[in-house]
Design a protein around this ligand. Structure first.
Ligand SMILES: Cc1cc2nc3c(=O)[nH]c(=O)nc-3n(C[C@H](O)[C@H](O)[C@H](O)COP(=O)(O)O)c2cc1C
Length: 371
C-alpha cells in the first residue's frame, strides 16, 4: 500500500541513527543519554579524601540529567597527585566517602564513573588558583617520577626515571585502584592516558627517551598502558565498561599523533577497553592547538571509524544542537562536557527542552516544577 502514498519514504531509505538522548549501552551498563560529565579536578581534597564539596558538585550534575558523571583524576598513589589537594584512591580508607558520592550519583539515575590517574612528571604542583607552580619540598612538594629525567618545562621538577620494577608497582597501583573503585560502587572506570600525565608521557617520544622495553618503538612506548589495562581487566568485572582517555595528538612535529592513537585503540579494544575518550595536548608546554568549537571531534570520529571502537568527543562542545549533531553524524558515541556543565549543571535538562525531546526528561521529581 505504500506505493499509493507518493510522499512516503521507501522503508529502505530510512536510517535510524542515535541521537543525544538515546541510551548508550556498554557491556551491562546503560547510560540514560549520551551526555557525560568529563572528569574535572576540584583540587579540594585533604589527603586524597572525597568530601561534601565533591558530593555537592557531582551530585548536582547527576541531578542535572547527565547519563554519566565521572569523578576527577583520582591518584592511584600519593606521589601521582598533580597537587596536594587532588582526589586519591591509594588506600582503603578512601573508599567510604567515594562510595557516598557514587551512591548519590546513581540515586539520581546517572551512572557513576571515576578516572584513575598518575600525574608523573606533572605532579607536585600548587593548585591553579595558587599559581600552578612546581612545589619544592619546603612547600610540601615531593619527588616525582617519569619515563625519563626530562622536566615538563623550565622551572618544573625533574622526574626520576622509573625502573622496570617501579613501573610494575605503578601498574599494580592502577589495578588496586580499580578494585577500590568497584568497592566504592563505580560502574565505569577510566584510565587517564592523556594531558602529559604518566601514561601519556610514556606514549609520546617527546617525553619518553628510554632505551629499554618501555621506550623507543611504538610497541615499547605503548607497553605500560597495555599492561595496565590487562591488570585492570583482571579485576574489573566483565559487566562493567573500561574507558581510556588519550591525548590523540601532541600537536607537535615529532610527537604522538592521531595515527598512533588509532593504532593504540586497535590494540586496546581486544584487551577489553570499551571506549576511547578523545582529548588532546598537554604533553609539551608549547604546541599550536587549533582551539575552536568541537576541535577534538575529528579525533573521536577517526578512532571510532578506523579502530572500530566507541569513542567520546570532548572539548568546546557547548550547544545542544552541536552535541546532537555529533552523535547523529556518527562522529562519536558519547559527548563529554566540562566547562559548559560548570556554567550550567542542568545542561542536559535544558538540552532536552531545546531539542524537543519526546521521552522522559531526566529531571528529579523535586524539580519538576522547573519545566
Ligand atoms: C576545572 C577543570 C578540571 C579538569 N580536570 C580534568 C581531570 O581531572 N581529568 C581530565 O582528563 N581532564 C580534566 N579537565 C579537562 C576536561 O575534562 C575537558 O577535557 C576539557 O575541559 C575540555 O572540555 P570543555 O571544553 O567541555 O571544558 C579539566 C577541565 C577543567 C575545566
Amino acid at each position: 500500500m505504500e506505493s499509493e502514498n507518493r510522499n512516503a519514504w521507501p522503508r529502505h531509505h530510512i536510517r535510524i541513527v542515535p541521537n543525544l538522548f538515546d541510551p548508550l549501552k556498554l557491556r551491562s551498563v546503560e547510560l540514560r543519554n549520551r551526555i557525560g560529565i568529563s572528569p574535572m579536578c576540584m583540587y579540594s581534597s585533604e589527603d586524597g579524601f572525597a568530601n561534601d564539596w565533591h558530593l555537592m558538585h557531582l551530585g548536582a550534575r547527576a541531578a542535572g540529567g547527565a547519563g554519566l558523571v565521572m569523578v576527577e583524576a583520582t591518584a592511584v598513589e600519593a606521589r601521582g597527585r598533580i597537587t596536594p589537594a587532588d582526589m586519591g584512591i591509594w588506600k582503603d580508607e578512601h573508599i567510604p566517602p567515594l562510595a557516598r558520592v557514587a551512591r548519590f550519583v546513581a540515586s539520581q539515575g546517572a551512572v557513576p564513573g571515576i578516572q584513575i590517574a598518575h600525574a608523573g612528571r606533572k605532579a607536585s604542583n600548587s593548585r591553579p588558583w595558587e599559581g600552578g607552580h612546581a612545589l619544592s619540598p619546603a612547600e610540601g612538594g615531593w619527588p616525582i617520577v617519569g619515563p625519563s629525567p626530562i622536566p615538563f618545562d623550565s622551572g618544573w621538577l625533574v622526574p626520576k626515571e622509573l625502573t622496570v620494577d617501579e613501573i610494575r608497582d605503578i601498574e599494580r597501583a592502577f589495578q588496586s585502584a580499580a578494585v577500590r573503585a568497584l568497592e566504592a560502587g563505580f560502574h565505569v572506570v577510566e584510565l587517564h592516558g592523556a594531558h602529559g600525565y604518566l601514561i601519556h608521557s610514556f606514549l609520546s617520544p617527546l617525553s619518553n627517551h628510554r632505551t629499554d622495553r618501555y621506550g623507543g618503538s611504538f610497541e615499547n612506548r605503548t607497553r605500560f598502558p597495555l599492561e595496565t589495562v590487562r591488570l585492570i581487566r583482571e579485576v574489573w568485572p566483565d559487566s562493567n565498561p573500561l574507558f581510556v582517555r588519550l591525548s590523540c595528538s601532541d600537536w607537535v612535529e615529532g610527537g604522538w599523533t592521531i595515527d598512533d592513537s588509532v593504532s593504540l585503540a586497535k590494540l586496546l579494544k581486544p584487551e577489553g577497553v570499551d571506549l576511547i575518550d578523545c582529548s588532546s595536548g598537554g604533553g609539551v608546554p608549547k604546541a599550536t592547538i587549533p582551539v575552536g568549537a568541537g576541535y577534538q571531534v575529528p579525533f573521536a570520529k577517526a578512532i571510532r571509524t578506523a579502530a572500530g571502537i566507541p569513542s567520546a568527543a570532548v572539548g568546546l562542545i557547548t550547544e545542544p544542537m552541536q552535541a546532537d549533531q555529533i552523535i547523529r553524524n556518527g562522529e562519536a558515541d558519547l559527548i563529554l562536557l566540562a566547562r559548559a556543565s560548570l556554567r550550567n549543571p542542568n545542561w542536559p535538562i535544558d538540552a532536552a527542552r531545546e531539542l524537543h525531546f519526546k521521552g522522559t526528561w531526566p529531571v528529579p521529581p523535586q524539580y519538576l516544577r522547573m519545566l
